[in-house]
Write a protein that binds this ligand. Structure first.
Ligand code: C2O
Ligand code: CU
Length: 502
């Protein structure tokens, strides 16, 4: 592995402060890991599965003994998991029962533009909440009231055609200027896609195919989430100014909505779909056995599906919105052994993520074959369009090529299905994310890609001062989409731009 030295010497969280909870932090490894419910279709046709989700306020018990108000898909955090099977179109009808406008984005999805969750394609709040104060300022922007397209003021049907890769996607809120606040309150869930090739591999499946949503939070003394005010509905943290805001990190690490949980496992292989759904925090994950020896992961997938071949990784650096599919083989252990997932970039309470306890001896017929999928290499050619995107931290804003997000301005018009070479240049550290496209990392500072750049990506971490060259393959769905920093506070403060597929 050659990472050119560009990732290892810099702390990807430097400059970002961790909020301190006002509660006594709960003990670690006491809460059981929960697996988000798999959503059942409300209706099926020969080629389409229809789902219904109501976005609603709910009370959750996250910290034992405290109640936390959340915003949840079907009232849960994480939201229910949607599984998209081979050959199936998925239609999700979302109803907004929250006091604010919402937007649903399928992160990593290949979707028609009107189902992508453009940041102003609002589902309006339930009428009982009256007119939301920010709405007049957004007058003139599309509000989504085309009944023929399954859109009314409070509901919207999102149409997800069969996806090109079997992988770990996720859905989350994407409302312009308020994504951070909404996701922090709980609006995030998994959307997992399968295909026939993947099924034939014999990878761990069923109860041994486990999504892990890692997200940090801080808690107020009453149990509510602590978040600096960007949203009138949120309580405020005095003294936090937009200009000094570099991102929100909490001191409690949640996995699938539980603090530092523990999972009982069999002596078998498990596939874990690790998603970093944190607003701003990057993690360096490692596995340690009882004697704190590092035992490593077998990486099998990246953002957009399986790698060509399994890749042993000592640690995994995962920035906001990235996904790493890994296999951990607990067959190497005996009942009673404990394996702890730690965060080498954390300190104190954030240095630990969760624990596995080997609870049962079983037999296991799963495999990790040496060939997982075929990934066609993209090599730069002189014919490819080249663009440079400068990510810049200003005094009171976060910009791309000198602009804060402007829904009326297109930074790039790209032909449908084309591949372009984009260079991301940055004076701070940012997870770069693009919609409706898939990427290969070509180089970092002119050197070979890093150890975490394998496979198809939709989110790529860019270190402070780094130049990252990406080959971006755009989908054939035409229309207006966005690319942005996936540090959600940076995104909300303007670090986002349009491109058009033509
Ligand atoms: Cu996960 Cu445009 O976002
Ligand atoms: Cu950023």
């Amino acid at each position: 592995n050659n990472n050119g030295g560009s990732q290892s010497h810099r702390d990807p969280n430097s400059g970002i402060q961790t909020l301190t909870s006002e509660i006594t932090l709960p003990p670690q490894f006491r809460s059981a890991l929960k697996i988000p419910q798999q959503l059942r279709p409300s209706r099926r046709t020969s080629d389409t599965d229809y789902y219904e989700i109501v976005q609603s306020e709910a009370m959750a018990t996250i910290i034992p003994g405290l109640r936390t108000p959340i915003w949840g898909y079907n009232g849960t955090f994480p939201g229910p998991t949607i599984v998209q099977n081979p050959g199936r179109t998925v239609v999700v009808s979302h109803r907004n029962g929250l006091p604010v406008p919402t937007v649903v984005h399928l992160h990593g999805g290949t979707t028609p533009h009107d189902s992508d969750g453009y940041p102003t394609d609002f589902i309006l709040p339930d009428a009982k909440y009256g007119t939301f104060p920010e709405m007049p300022a957004m007058a003139g922007m599309p509000t989504g009231t085309d009944p023929d397209a399954g859109i009314t003021r409070q509901t919207r049907d999102y149409i997800y055609p069969e996806q090109p890769h079997a992988g770990t996607l996720w859905y989350h809120d994407h409302r312009m200027d308020f994504t951070g606040a909404s996701v922090y309150r709980g609006l995030a869930g998994f959307h997992i896609t399968h295909d026939a090739d993947e099924r034939s591999l014999g990878l761990p499946s069923g109860a041994r195919d486990v999504p892990l949503m890692i997200a940090d939070r801080a808690f107020a003394s009453d149990g509510s989430f602590l978040y600096p005010a960007l949203d009138p509905a949120m309580h405020s943290v005095p003294g936090v100014e937009k200009s000094s805001m570099k991102g929100v990190m909490g001191d409690v690490i949640l996995v699938n909505g539980a603090p530092w949980p523990v999972m009982k496992v069999d002596t078998a292989r498990y596939r874990f779909r690790i998603l970093n759904a944190s607003n701003a925090r990057t993690y360096q994950l490692a596995l340690q056995d009882s004697s704190r020896r590092s035992v490593g992961f077998t990486q099998i997938g990246s953002d957009h599906g399986l790698l060509a071949a399994p890749l042993p990784q000592d640690t995994i650096q995962i920035a906001g919105a990235e996904r790493y599919d890994v296999v951990i083989d607990f067959n190497r252990y005996k009942v009673g052994d404990q394996i702890t997932m730690v965060n080498l970039l954390g300190s104190g309470s954030t240095a630990v993520v969760m624990r596995f306890v080997v609870a049962r001896a079983t037999s296991d017929s799963s495999r990790v074959p040496s060939k997982l999928s075929t990934i066609d290499a993209i090599s730069p050619t002189p014919a490819m369009t080249r663009r440079t995107m400068k990510f810049h931290r200003g005094a009171d804003s976060w910009t791309i090529n000198g602009r804060v997000f402007d829904p009326t301005y297109s930074e790039a018009d790209v032909p449908a299905g084309s591949t372009e070479l984009w260079t991301i240049v940055s004076d701070f550290h940012h997870p770069f994310h693009i919609h409706n496209a898939t990427m290969h990392v070509i180089s970092r500072d002119g050197r070979a890609p890093g150890p975490y750049d394998h496979g198809w990506k939709d989110t790529v971490f860019v270190s402070q001062g780094e130049r990252v060259q990406l080959a971006i393959r755009f989908s054939t769905f035409k229309g207006r989409y966005v690319f942005h920093c996936h540090n959600l506070e940076h995104e909300d403060m303007g670090m986002m731009a349009n491109f058009r597929i033509t």
